[in-house]
Design a protein around this ligand. Structure first.
Ligand code: TRP
Length: 338
């Protein structure tokens, strides 16, 4: 039996935060270590440029930060091929061929793209490259014949669109050149970590994130500032745990869930103060992220080695993508000279 193939990635628009860790990174590391997959992890710098074209320096810096984030959480270049999207020319050619199989109105209906257009105030002036990024993402996935794409929930529309492109391509040009991928999403309710302020989404632009690279002091300060239960005024008041960010984080990060259940009961009954529970969460998070922080510091001392890892990964990825491109060209009959 063929090994299953994973392709996944992130846009390098900033450092990764502990929401990324819960939503995808920890799962990728587990899948990588299972030995059941050949794993490709891509830093999607070109996709990041579709809405940051005028700020290439940000993308360049973030690329290095994301590489450090990967290495620090345990993505292992000996087990996963980590590569840079812009260094794989075949992805661009595949995108061009697929674009002919997709309509503009279909692109405009993609719910994730639609939401992003609103968020970024692109209504009157969508960069063309931004509108078509789902097609480029289909190229990313199909170039590696990925069977399995572990991503956050917001990426479901990209997978749907990729499958459509695969079916159309195989239908029009040749059966079984491209592979239909399957998305792997976090279990319901476990995939999204709220921000420090209780907002449903942790994000850099909302200023409510804890970064994997935050030092111990910053982490503690952030935890002590977290949103809890606004109705829990005196320690003796009964508190609410629903929508209480401190408890959501404990659910996500504390390995001792029996203890969490006990603290919840105590908090609901009254008598457990916010400062105390935050101190407890701080201990849990410090224990979880200290080793990650230490590994990051080690890699950070040696940027050449980090870039070398990316370069080698990109070379390996390039060979795979070139092979798929050759099959695509053959299927389309644009192979005039061989
Ligand atoms: N769109 C993804 C994100 O924003 C990043 C990405 C680009 C990706 N190409 C991909 C994810 C291919 C999975 C597969 O997170």
């Amino acid at each position: 039996m063929h090994k299953k193939i994973i392709l996944t990635g992130d846009r390098p628009t900033g450092k990764l935060h502990i929401g990324h860790y819960i939503g995808s990174l920890r799962n990728r590391v587990a899948m990588q270590n299972s030995g059941d997959y050949e794993t490709f992890i891509m830093i999607a710098d070109q996709q990041a440029l579709t809405d940051n074209a005028r700020d290439p320096e940000k993308i360049r810096n973030s690329l290095f930060q994301v590489a450090l984030d990967y290495l620090s959480v345990g993505i292992d270049p000996a087990k996963s091929t980590v590569f840079v999207q812009s260094q794989i020319p075949a992805l661009n050619e595949l995108t061009m061929h697929y674009l002919n199989l997709v309509t503009v109105s279909r692109l405009q209906r993609n719910p994730t793209v639609k939401a992003e257009i609103q968020q970024k105030n692109f209504e009157q002036s969508i960069p063309a490259g931004f509108l078509i990024y789902p097609v480029s993402q289909a190229a990313d996935i199909t170039a590696f014949k990925a069977t399995t794409v572990p991503v956050g929930d917001d990426q479901e529309p990209m997978l749907e669109q990729t499958r459509e492109i695969v079916r159309t391509f195989n239908n029009v040009y040749a059966k079984d050149v491209l592979v239909e991928p399957e998305g792997v999403f976090p279990p319901k309710g476990e995939g999204r970590l709220p921000g420090l302020d209780g907002n449903a989404k942790m994000s850099k632009s909302l200023g409510n994130a804890i970064y994997l690279s935050d030092d111990a002091e910053t982490l503690e300060k952030k935890v002590m500032s977290m949103y809890t239960d606004p109705l829990h005024i005196k320690v003796t008041d009964p508190g609410h745990i629903e929508g209480n960010t401190v408890f959501t984080y404990l659910d996500a990060f504390d390995d001792d869930q029996a203890k969490v259940a006990e603290l919840k009961a105590q908090y609901q009954a009254g008598g457990l103060g916010d400062v105390k529970i935050k101190r407890y969460l701080n201990d849990v998070l410090q224990a979880k992220f200290a080793p990650i922080r230490q590994r990051r510091a080690e890699f950070e001392k040696n940027p050449e080695a980090v870039y070398k890892m990316l370069e080698e990964g990109s070379q390996k990825a390039n060979a795979v993508a070139e092979q798929t491109l050759k099959e695509v060209r053959d299927a389309m009959g644009i192979n005039y000279f061989n």
